[in-house]
Ligand binder design. Structure first.
Ligand code: ACM
Length: 542
């Protein structure tokens, strides 16, 4: 997993390949042509179809930010032709698969066609990246190269997970992240809102979850409560949706429940020391009533089709499940053999609750053996060292999101020189490693005929070692760009050296947004921000 590419390019920036409009993720098909389109203040942005108006507004605002020109906008009705030189966004139901778009940049004008608002939005992102590349290149900053692009994503799930339990980043940082995700055509924001360090989402029925459970963070137990109100949650979900991003809430259970059990100790599954209250008590009906009420409020806040119930690493803190008389009695009464059986019971029961609330259940790969219905669930394969689990999940017809620790965990360092972050037996997650997803991690593991059960890929930003926006950005960028290309671009159209040639424009865009990052072209000159002070006790996040 050691990166090799960037040692050879440090100090010099590669040039874009020939058939390359400078876009990340690289389009499925891209043909450059002669000449280009001059953006002029007199050109108009026109749209056809009401759903085309919002993408047109994004284009207008985005061009103003990048090239300083604010073009006039107007809606067109058929059969009125667009004025000469216009940029036309056309919502045209037709032969388009979901999220696909066609973009033609010609000297006489620009046409962007798609069958959905999402397709138009992604075409706009491509156009804005071309504008950013034009501004960054020597020569005429307002000339977009002529090109014909036919584009659609490889995977429907292109995700990033953010852990706001260990450290809380707040609305501006989350919106900034969503903006960059959208520019990279990522479409799933997986929000890890509850865990040991803090419960970060207001639940009206259980106010102590935030008045008590949101106190402190991984570095400092003494901090005042930090959490999102329900109004904040609605605001973020809407902000993401406007950028074609579905927000997926995670309420971790039955383990990683420490913050909830601090607030409501009667729900605790016991334990001592570091693991006191790590799990909910699986023997109490009150636990299930509590969780169902929480999930009712959560499903009302998140209109997307998924709710994530966690399900990971229960064994870290469920020792009491084998000794506590109440839990032992429960185990026997339900014909369960042991604590692992109770864990499976818990996952099945809560997945059923989520399904009855009208949502698809997501869980970490530990829920695999629980008997959760494959048709109503999807699983995140994260334990890269349990390779056969991926094969078994696919064989059992689960839809699977690939997020193996190596190389999809962005709390791992990305350069050999970095000190603040995780490694696995010395291995870390370089930009190059992330670019090898999914082939490098799934080779030999996907049973024949089950390829379409792979929903997509996701990067996970766990935050024990990331305490603020600056470190978060440093750990995420530019690896998120490689993840995006792995998620969007068909395997046959991926080209590592072309990608490397496009990274500098992505970095300039981060500069324009005042977002810090690790610069793989100048590794020795990018200072690594200090990590958080280590808490006395360890963490469960394996
Ligand atoms: C995990 O990293 N515990 C899913």
């Amino acid at each position: 997993m050691m990166g090799v590419v960037f040692t050879t390019i440090a100090g010099g920036e590669a040039l874009p390949a020939k058939n390359d409009a400078g876009i990340i993720p690289a389009p499925a098909k891209c043909e450059m042509a002669a000449g280009g389109y001059m953006v002029a203040a007199t050109n108009k942005i026109c749209w056809r179809g009401t759903e085309a108006e919002e993408p047109a507004k994004f284009l207008c605002a985005g061009l103003k930010e990048r090239i300083g020109l604010e073009l006039a906008m107007s809606g067109l009705t058929q059969p009125h032709p667009a004025p000469a030189g216009a940029i036309v966004l056309d919502l045209a139901p037709g032969p388009f698969v979901a999220e696909a778009y066609l973009l033609k940049v010609e000297p006489a004008g620009i046409t962007l066609r798609a069958g959905s608002a999402a397709g138009l939005f992604y075409g706009v992102q491509s156009l804005l990246q071309m504008a950013a590349a034009a501004v960054a290149a020597p020569g005429n900053p307002l000339k977009l190269p002529a090109v014909s692009i036919e584009d659609s994503p490889r995977f429907e799930w292109r995700g990033l997970m953010l852990d706001e339990s260990r450290h809380f980043f707040g609305k501006p940082a989350v919106k900034e992240l969503l903006d960059v995700m959208a520019s990279l055509k990522l479409n799933r924001f997986h929000w890890h809102l509850t865990d040991e360090s803090g419960w970060r989402i207001e639940i009206k029925k259980y106010p102590k979850l935030t008045t008590v459970g949101a106190l402190g963070n991984w570095s400092d137990a003494g901090l005042p409560a930090q959490f999102y109100t329900q109004a904040d949650i609605r605001e973020i979900v809407a902000y993401a949706a406007a950028r074609q991003i579905v927000t997926v809430p995670e309420i971790d259970m039955p383990g990683h429940a420490t913050a909830a059990c601090r607030a409501y100790p009667e729900l605790s599954g016991g334990g001592t020391g570091q693991w006191n209250g790590f799990t909910f008590n699986p023997a109490r009906e009150e636990t299930y009533r509590f969780l169902e009420a929480v999930l009712r409020e959560v499903t009302a806040l998140f209109p997307g089709p998924y709710v994530h119930l966690g399900g990971d690493e229960v064994h870290y803190g469920n020792q009491c499940w084998s000794t506590d008389p109440e839990i032992v009695k429960f185990t026997q009464a339900h014909g369960l053999r042991d604590a692992a059986g109770v864990e499976r019971y818990f996952a099945r029961r809560m997945a059923g609750v989520i399904n009855r609330l009208g949502k698809t259940t997501l869980g970490w790969d530990e829920i695999a053996g629980a008997g959760v219905a494959p048709a109503q669930s999807a699983v995140m394969w994260w334990r890269h060292d349990r390779r056969q689990v991926l094969t078994q999940l696919l064989e059992q017809n689960y839809r699977v999101v690939l997020c193996p620790r190596l190389p999809c965990y962005f709390d791992f360092v990305q350069d050999a020189s970095h000190q603040q972050g995780r490694r696995w037996n010395g291995a870390f997650n370089s930009l190059d490693d992330v670019y090898q997803v999914p082939e490098a991690v799934t080779a030999g593991l996907i049973p024949a005929g089950k390829e379409t059960n792979v929903l997509g890929v996701e990067a996970c930003a766990w935050t024990e070692r990331i305490q603020n926006r600056e470190r978060l950005a440093f750990m995420i960028y530019p690896r998120l760009a490689a993840l995006a290309e792995s998620a969007w671009t068909p395997a046959g159209a991926k080209d590592k050296s072309g990608f490397i040639g496009r990274v500098p424009v992505f970095l300039r865009e981060l500069d324009r947004r005042h977002i810090p990052y690790f610069d793989p072209f100048k590794p020795a000159r990018t200072a690594e921000p200090a990590g958080p002070l280590k808490k006395a006790e360890g963490t469960a996040n394996g």
